[in-house]
Design a protein around this ligand. Structure first.
Ligand code: GLA
Length: 721
């Protein structure tokens, strides 16, 4: 059992594959105090005696001691995790230990995405805390994965009293530690340059990232790691948190006056308030905590393994995805059946396996100013109807997929004209638009039912095998006509629950459909979404060189199998850069792989390269999808070249990607030290046509072949005998 309770010492010890997590129950008042998280410790006790409260100096204890789940109002003045308000307006809360239980397996979180595990893969500890004056019960959940360095956390809050209580803040995890000169890493970005790896020193006060946009957002991914200063890809202590949630989030790291670091993560308290009636319960979404004492690379591989085996579900989770061609950058809104079939005919000749019709196939959608919400086929464009188009595509031996943006409505739409109150807006206030669209109030059941029914009707009318689920604006003017005043604070969270319910209903009704999430590119790239879709469109910026940085940041946490990556046309539509077709293919091979260009218009020479690229996809995708990822060099750090590799789980094969971004005079050709191989195995390196031992490749390195000119890329495939 990976969870032990030492009754004599009142200590809980949670052991993952490489770490121990220790907490204890303070003997006077029953506060749960945090003791240790780090490299695995032997034994069953605490490395230090448990602190005891001296009642005449309770504040010293509360404000200086590492706490497990701090509340507000009773002496802990640091960043807190939970806050309530009673009917009298009282807000103080002091939940103390009542009982606990330990069991095998992992419970589901009602209505929420979460990691899952079989009973023999994971054990769970539930600690019940209680605040007597408010009659609020707080249950802390810790699930420990035996074979991974992972502990997941969640919190349940119950109102055991008779009067309603308002939950004003409920974060999902807290970690208190003595500062080791820690630095903080976040994935911060923007549209077109999502998930930049940002590393900074933790300074006095509160450091953090957040979203108040209703979605996880382009700007700050719900991820934070604190690392010791020497941390690189292969050395250093890493404590990471990732939030399995797709709405407003907050991650704060506070450096206190006593040189302690407190890291917390959960639902952003901005405009959050949840009314708990008598016996009411609220479940806070899951935070995944990953520890690595082998640097960032160790952390990355743990996240990848966890998400591939214990989060992503469905038919496509562990198999190759069809190589798709998406018409967005090929045609934008300007297409009809004939144009789509032209693309499909040419695409099928070069081996592309699926046609995806992006935005513009429905209602009056001739540009991005109208028709969202009208999920019926525009037969002026799709002449002959959807069934005809799909069957013609199928006849070419290709699958068919399509785009939806289900959570939205345009004022110029049949849906809005029929139900103007279905869009978020505040009476008397001009609603804010983006792309001339508004957000549907999917906290309302009839709105969710409309979405599911209208989508289902389309999906059933042809053999649709893929959906791109888009979401192109943040939430504003958040108000619901259905909720009373004292429940308006529930809307942001109810919205996210609504998204989860919608995706659950669609994927349950159409289990064969491959779902790809998207939000103006990668604006909702989070583990919550991965529970419903095995892949997410990484960024609208599919330019190969910019993608090196975007994919590096994304892959720091999320598996390569989830990264939507396409070959696009040049000059690139986002940034105008011109790169070799070959390089664009090699960079896209690090993700799900596909095309987003007009295959009928590109040069003959480029078109002729497609069959070879697809053959590489089929040859290498098993390693890319399932293997261990190692970041070898970062163009965003060295400004010259980029390199990463993936090693098959049995270490018999590996694929190294090298991209020479800039040719620098007088710069020696890189010799790249590989990683993750077996020292005494001999690997045949295809490009060099040489047999090289693993220890040579990892210690001396792989001399990459220099090519004159910028933006050249090469793959090196290694196979052991
Ligand atoms: C978003 C997506 C794009 C494309 C357009 C269509 O921006 O990220 O890939 O689907 O919407 O409007």
């Amino acid at each position: 059992m990976s969870i032990i309770y030492n009754e004599k010492e009142r200590i809980f010890k949670l052991d993952t594959s490489g770490a121990s997590y220790i907490m204890g129950i303070e003997e006077k008042l029953g506060h749960l105090v945090h003791i240790y998280y780090g490299k695995k410790l032997r034994g069953m006790g605490s490395p230090v005696p448990l602190p005891v409260i001296n009642p005449v100096n309770k504040l010293w204890f509360m404000d200086g001691n590492p706490m497990e789940y701090p509340a507000k109002g009773c002496g802990d003045f640091r960043q807190h995790c939970i806050e309530i308000e009673t009917k009298e307006g009282y807000t103080a809360l002091e939940p103390v230990y009542v009982s606990h239980s330990i069991y095998e397996g992992k419970p589901k979180l009602k209505g929420l995405p979460a990691t899952f595990a079989k009973d023999d893969e994971c054990s769970t500890l539930e600690i019940v805390l209680y605040d007597k004056p408010s009659k609020v019960e707080v249950v802390l959940l810790y699930s420990v994965f035996d074979k991974l360095d992972v502990i997941t956390r969640s919190v349940r809050v119950n109102n055991k009293g008779t009067d309603a209580v308002y939950l004003k803040k409920v974060l999902s995890a807290c970690l208190d530690m003595a500062n080791q000169d820690y630095e903080m890493i976040t994935l911060s970005g923007a549209w077109g340059r999502e998930r930049d790896i940002v590393r900074r020193k933790i300074t006095r006060g509160r450091n953090g990232v957040y979203s108040e946009r209703g979605v996880s957002g382009h700007q700050e991914n719900p991820f934070m790691a604190i690392v010791t200063p020497e941390t690189t890809q292969s050395v250093g202590e890493v404590y990471a948190m990732n939030f399995v949630y797709s709405g407003n989030h907050e991650a704060v790291c506070e450096l206190t006056n006593s040189n302690m670091v407190r890291m917390v993560m959960g639902i952003n308290p901005y405009k959050f308030s949840w009314k708990l009636e008598k016996d009411g319960e609220f479940t806070a979404p899951e935070v995944v905590m990953v520890h690595s004492s082998e640097g960032l690379g160790g952390m990355t591989r743990t996240f990848h393994d966890l998400y591939r085996k214990h989060l992503i579900r469905g038919k496509y989770c562990n198999i190759k995805r069809p190589v798709l061609i998406n018409n967005w950058e090929a045609t934008y809104f300007n297409f009809d059946t004939e144009k789509l079939l032209d693309i499909a005919r040419q695409a099928s000749k070069v081996g592309i396996e699926m046609l995806v019709v992006d935005d513009g196939w429905f209602g009056n959608r001739y540009d991005d100013n109208r028709a969202l919400g009208d999920w019926f086929v525009n037969e002026d464009k799709i002449k002959g109807g959807l069934q005809y188009l799909v069957s013609e595509v199928n006849k070419l031996g290709m699958k068919f997929g399509m785009w939806f943006e289900p959570e939205m409505v345009c004022p110029d739409s049949e849906l809005f004209r029929a139900h103007p109150d279905w869009a978020f807006s505040i009476p008397g206030r001009n609603a804010a638009f983006q792309r001339n669209q508004m957000v549907l109030d999917i906290t309302r059941k009839e709105v969710r039912d409309y979405i599911v029914e209208s989508m289902s009707k389309v999906l059933k009318s042809g053999n649709v095998e893929y959906i791109k689920w888009d979401m192109n604006r943040a939430l504003t003017d958040v108000a619901s006509t259905e909720l009373p005043c004292d429940r308006q604070g529930e809307i942001y969270h109810r919205y996210v629950l609504g998204v989860y319910e919608l995706q659950d209903r669609i994927t349950t009704e159409f289990p064969h459909i491959l779902l790809e999430n998207c939000s103006s590119g990668g604006g909702r790239y989070d583990p919550g979404m991965l529970y419903y879709s095995p892949q997410i469109w990484c960024s609208d910026n599919a330019e190969a060189i910019d993608r090196l940085t975007i994919q590096e940041g994304t892959a720091l946490v999320y598996p390569l199998s989830t990264m939507g990556a396409h070959v696009t046309d040049c000059p690139n539509h986002c940034v105008g850069r011109i790169t070799p077709f070959e390089t664009r293919g090699i960079v896209a091979l690090a993700g799900t792989f596909g095309y987003e260009l007009d295959v009928t218009k590109i040069s003959e020479e480029e078109r002729n390269m497609i069959p070879h690229q697809i053959a590489m996809y089929h040859k290498y995708n098993d390693i890319v999808r399932e293997g261990d990822y190692y970041r070898l060099a970062s163009y965003s750090e060295n400004g010259v070249y980029d390199s990463y590799m993936v090693v098959s789980k049995d270490k018999s094969e590996a694929l190294v990607t090298y991209v020479s971004v800039r040719t620098v005079a007088g710069y020696p050709d890189p010799v790249i030290k590989l990683a993750g191989l077996v020292e005494d195995k001999i690997y045949h390196v295809d490009v060099l046509d040489r047999d090289v031992p693993g220890d040579v490749l990892m210690n001396y390195g792989l001399p990459v072949l220099h090519e004159h000119g910028d933006y050249k890329a090469r793959l090196y495939y290694l196979k052991s005998n």
